[in-house]
Design a protein around this ligand. Structure first.
Ligand code: ZN
Ligand code: ZN
Length: 418
């Protein structure tokens, strides 16, 4: 076990944290001179926010604005706020963020929340608070999900998150171990992480190009408890790795990332599928999800634990029962090889092929960034307040691509690229 508190280890930690900040600014955001950055982070992440701010200003940032959140303060709301609090959200703040984005600001989210924070809270209140927040955040989120601006998400190992991932370790050891996992998954352990990311992006782009060249009309997943045909949206485009935002800046929205992904057709998903890893959703672990689709819609859903949470998610809106994303990740991905369940989508979705319920990404439709909602819907894109990824890939799952003539071509065997 590594305990990162000797002076030498401290220096090593500071160097890696600085490398992570450099990768966030130069690779994640690829910040342009004169751009502003709107940054959200847990209060514990101040050391990383400071490293990010220095790299951002050195890269020519006009203004870096950090907005801090605090898990303990969030809990106090659920414990003590009046009931009508849970239908409110900081609309004024989200309007301000949307206006910053329209003015050219980049968006950075540093995540690190305790995944079990809301485990003991009334799920109906959590659902109301989420719905209010989703509505208020919609105008800003549209600029992010529509890829109008360069944006990125990266992680900070907070004590609350680390002890949830490593419940048997003392807090300091858990934090040190989670940092090791974050640094390695985020590819900042080499001498030149920016060059390592360029090579990694090139590998992902090559897979993306291959899939785009094949123009599959559907993917067929087969494995234990899974026989699922995911029809792909008309004019779908595979994404993955770095990509140009509509402001022209090529950024990496997720640090880390291993996936290639595209938009399923809202009405062309059929069969049944079983989750291969637990889904961590608002403090609940939803295990062994099993759902059946008919004409794109989930018509049956079960889970070994957390079934009530899953049912509530599916009730969010009409689009919550349909798919907004399908993604391929090899079973040998470094995050999968770590064997860890991070209890956070940014990491766990990069450990296995996955599908997402809810909102689709317009940039996964060719020319989608410039399309109206009606034009996107006509191609099969889905619309919802939610976007929840869950893992369906493993070393036991095969994937075929179905071409326009109905012929199956092997894409993955036993979880690996063919
Ligand atoms: Zn994904
Ligand atoms: Zn997703």
């Amino acid at each position: 076990m590594t305990i990162a508190f000797s002076p030498a280890a401290q220096a090593g930690f500071a160097r890696r944290l600085d490398k992570l900040a450099e990768v966030i600014v130069r690779v994640g955001l690829n910040l342009a001179r004169g751009q502003e950055v709107v940054l959200t982070a847990p209060v514990e992440a101040v050391p990383l926010v400071r490293r990010v701010s220095e790299h951002a200003y050195r890269a020519g940032a006009a203004l870096v604005t950090p907005l801090y959140g605090d898990d303990a303060t969030t809990l106090m709301r659920f414990a003590h706020a009046p009931d009508d609090s849970f239908d409110r959200a900081t609309g004024w703040l989200y309007q301000g963020m949307a206006s910053a984005f329209r003015g050219g600001a980049a968006r950075l989210a540093i995540i690190g929340e305790d995944p079990a924070l809301l485990a003991g809270v009334d799920p109906a209140r959590v659902a109301r608070a989420n719905r209010a927040r989703s509505h208020a955040y919609q105008p800003a989120l549209k600029l992010i999900s529509g890829f109008d601006i360069n944006w990125s998400i990266a992680a900070y190992a907070t004590p609350g998150w680390a002890t949830a991932v490593f419940p048997d370790l003392p807090e300091e050891a858990a934090v040190a171990k989670l940092w090791e996992a974050i640094f390695s998954a985020s590819r900042v352990t080499g001498d030149d992480p920016v060059a390592d990311w360029a090579a990694h992006n090139a590998t992902i782009h090559a897979r993306r190009a291959l899939l785009n060249a094949r123009r599959f009309s559907a993917l067929h997943f087969r494995g234990p408890g899974t026989d699922l045909v995911v029809g792909l949206a008309d004019d779908h485009d595979w994404g993955g790795g770095s990509a140009p935002a509509r402001n022209g800046i090529v950024c990496n929205p997720n640090i880390p990332t291993e996936e290639v992904f595209t938009t399923p057709h809202r009405a062309r998903v059929s069969g049944f599928v079983s989750s291969t890893k637990p889904l961590s959703y608002q403090g609940t672990l939803v295990r062994d999800i099993r759902v059946r689709f008919e004409e794109g819609r989930i018509v049956e859903a079960h889970a070994a634990t957390g079934g009530d949470v899953l049912a509530r998610v599916l009730e969010t809106d009409e689009g919550a029962r349909r798919l907004g994303e399908v993604a391929l990740v090899p079973h040998s991905s470094p995050i999968s090889a770590s064997g860890l369940l991070f209890l956070n989508t940014l990491f766990d979705e990069n450990a296995a092929s996955h599908i997402a319920l809810g909102q689709s990404y317009s940039q996964c439709i060719a020319g989608g960034g410039a399309m109206s909602e009606a034009e996107l819907a006509a191609r099969g894109a889905n619309k919802s307040l939610i976007h929840i990824d869950w893992m369906i890939g493993s070393g036991a799952v095969d994937v075929d691509g179905i071409d326009a003539g109905g012929t199956a071509h092997p894409v993955m065997r036993a979880g690996e690229w063919v």
